[in-house]
Ligand binder design. Structure first.
Ligand SMILES: Cc1cc2nc3c(=O)[nH]c(=O)nc-3n(C[C@H](O)[C@H](O)[C@H](O)COP(=O)(O)OP(=O)(O)OC[C@H]3O[C@@H](n4cnc5c(N)ncnc54)[C@H](O)[C@@H]3O)c2cc1C
Length: 506
């Protein structure tokens, strides 16, 4: 993976979820020379915990995380850690391994931004192409590289939570990963034979022997090169030197919601005012770059238990539910996830217990990503503006009320549980909302900084081409104009599968 040849048909920047798919799919055609640049390590250089599902929380403190933090959030008065993966596999190598399509209603809203042909039905062939779903549920893929299925032996405490949800009147879903259902069920996971299957494992590693695929790791893309309006290559640093790789076809940014917008801005593509403030020469004004940053915040209810919670074997969050905070909505806007460890909470440490996470799935709060200079090593200024809009607080309050009804069900009575955080002193919306706003974390699903569509914040068109430029596309979580109602990774796989088709057709 070391030599630095310079001429390619396609250059893919970023070897995470989307970049792994793109590099593997595009290099299936042996006539297409593909270069993949990844800032982080090769798979063999990543921490052992990557492969060990229950160990994933430790990865946020490792070199496989870029280590970003947001600016101080008005909601909490503190910055919020915003992890993202660094290394082959990207965030799919450090994430919590939940694999779920967004609810179909989520994709309908992409059309509101002007994205054409990106409904759930349009995406369905790409969802299917990415996966082999062991459930063989209707509408799921049967031949894709990702082998996905529910936890083999779910934790008993999580099964009790599921029973509690049903007892509290919620629907027992059959396939909550499929994008068509609401209710509670075990969710599919990216775990195969007890080990994580990242995007690199499923897509990239099997393709590494192809002579037309060149992967350079520990290679940080600094900026894009242009000839007039055409993107002709990428300047990057590797082995302590600066290199320029040239693309005769296209450059595709797959550096993620933070990385792709950051690279565009450093290359002088973005809102003029922001670029000037950062003393970056304006190459191509594009007001939407870095705008529209949004994420799922997640508040956690933490319970102690008298009965011993079995040792976690999987990803901790094996079972979840999607629900509507108001019946008149056209789809779910709240996710409740059951977690088989007691997460840290501000009230008291819990030695034995579990957590119920509550996340607004359709946040309306929008923030931004900005740069302070063209220095690729200067971290971007990240402001997701969590809970900036009262509607998001309302959704989380509704989810917390539901979570508590589940916790009080007879299904959980034999566990001898007690709510420690926030604790039952928090009875009014004001105090519960204050707890959620002060102690939430990122669910690590940032999207939207290079949004697809035709509105004022759109950065790419419906074929993922950067507006006003040639030979440059973005294909990763950053193009998602509004976040899907579920965890984001399965959607990014589908976007990348589709992007590969778009590139092949060019
Ligand atoms: C801790 C954590 C837990 C999560 N849990 C889940 C979950 O359980 N389920 C789920 O669905 N989603 C989860 N997510 C989110 C999900 O993993 C992401 O939405 C998805 O992986 C994003 O894919 P991507 O291709 O857009 O970006 P990434 O996978 O982040 O890939 C971007 C890649 O680009 C590289 N890069 C960035 N800048 C440069 C540069 N200048 N030069 C070269 N390379 C660069 C990065 O190092 C990285 O490898 C989680 C994320 C995290 C961080």
């Amino acid at each position: 993976m070391a030599s630095h040849a310079t001429g390619y048909d396609v250059i893919v920047v970023g070897g995470g979820t989307a970049g792994s798919v793109l590099a593997a799919r595009l290099s299936e055609d042996e006539g297409v020379r593909v270069l993949l640049l990844e800032a982080g390590a090769a798979a063999s250089g990543l921490p052992d915990a990557v492969a060990t599902p229950p160990a994933w929380p430790s990865l946020v403190a490792s070199t496989a995380n870029w280590g970003d933090r947001t600016v101080v959030q008005d909601a909490s008065g503190a910055p919020v850690p915003l992890p993202r993966g660094r290394g082959l596999g990207g965030s799919s190598a450090i994430n919590a391994m939940v694999f779920a399509r967004g609810h179909r209603s989520s994709y309908d809203s992409w059309s509101d931004h002007g994205a054409k042909n990106w409904t759930y039905d349009d995406l369905l062939p790409y969802f299917q192409r990415s996966e082999t779903a062991v459930s063989r549920a209707p509408g799921r893929g049967t031949e894709g590289p990702l082998i996905v299925g529910p936890a083999v032996e779910p934790n008993d405490v999580l099964l009790a939570c599921l029973a509690g949800a049903v007892e509290a009147g919620h629907r027992r879903a059959f396939d909550i990963s499929g994008g068509l259902e609401e209710g509670f069920a075990p969710v599919d996971l990216n775990i195969v034979d007890g080990r994580r299957q990242s995007a690199a494992d499923a897509y990239l590693l099997p393709a590494l022997g192809r002579p037309n695929l060149h992967v350079v790791t520990d290679a940080v893309a600094h900026r894009l090169r242009f000839d007039g309006d055409r993107c002709t290559g990428v300047e990057y640093e590797a082995d302590g030197r600066t290199h320029t790789a040239r693309a005769s076809g296209e450059v595709v940014l797959a550096a993620g919601t933070i990385g792709s917008a950051h690279l565009l801005l450093r290359s002088g593509i973005g809102p003029e005012k922001d670029l000037r403030a950062a003393q970056v020469e304006v190459f191509h004004p594009l007001p939407g770059v870095g705008r529209n940053l949004h994420d799922h915040p997640r508040a956690n209810l933490v319970y102690s238990a008298q009965r011993q919670v079995p040792t976690p074997r999987n990803n901790h969050g094996e079972i979840l539910g999607l629900l509507r905070s108001r019946p008149e909505l056209d789809g779910p806007d709240v996710q409740i996830i059951f977690i088989d460890i007691p997460l840290p909470n501000p009230v008291a440490p819990v030695a034995n217990g579990f957590t119920i996470g509550v996340s607004p799935m359709r946040p309306v709060s929008r923030g931004s990503l900005r740069i302070t200079s063209a220095n690729p090593y200067a971290p971007p200024v990240l402001d997701p503006n969590y809970f900036g809009e009262e509607e998001d607080v309302r959704a989380v309050l509704s989810g917390i009320a539901t979570a508590r009804r589940i916790a009080w069900s007879s299904a959980l009575a034999e566990w001898g549980i007690e709510e420690v955080g926030p604790g039952l002193d928090a009875v009014h919306d004001q105090s519960i909302g204050d707890y959620a706003k002060k102690h939430f974390g990122s669910y690590c699903h940032p999207v939207g900084t290079c949004a697809m569509g035709e509105d004022e914040v759109s950065v790419v068109d419906s074929e993922l081409r950067v507006r006003g430029l040639d030979g440059l596309r973005v294909a990763d979580a950053s193009v998602i104009p509004s976040i899907p109602s579920n965890n984001t990774n399965a959607t990014v796989y589908a976007i990348a599968e589709r992007a590969a088709d778009l590139l092949r057709r060019r």
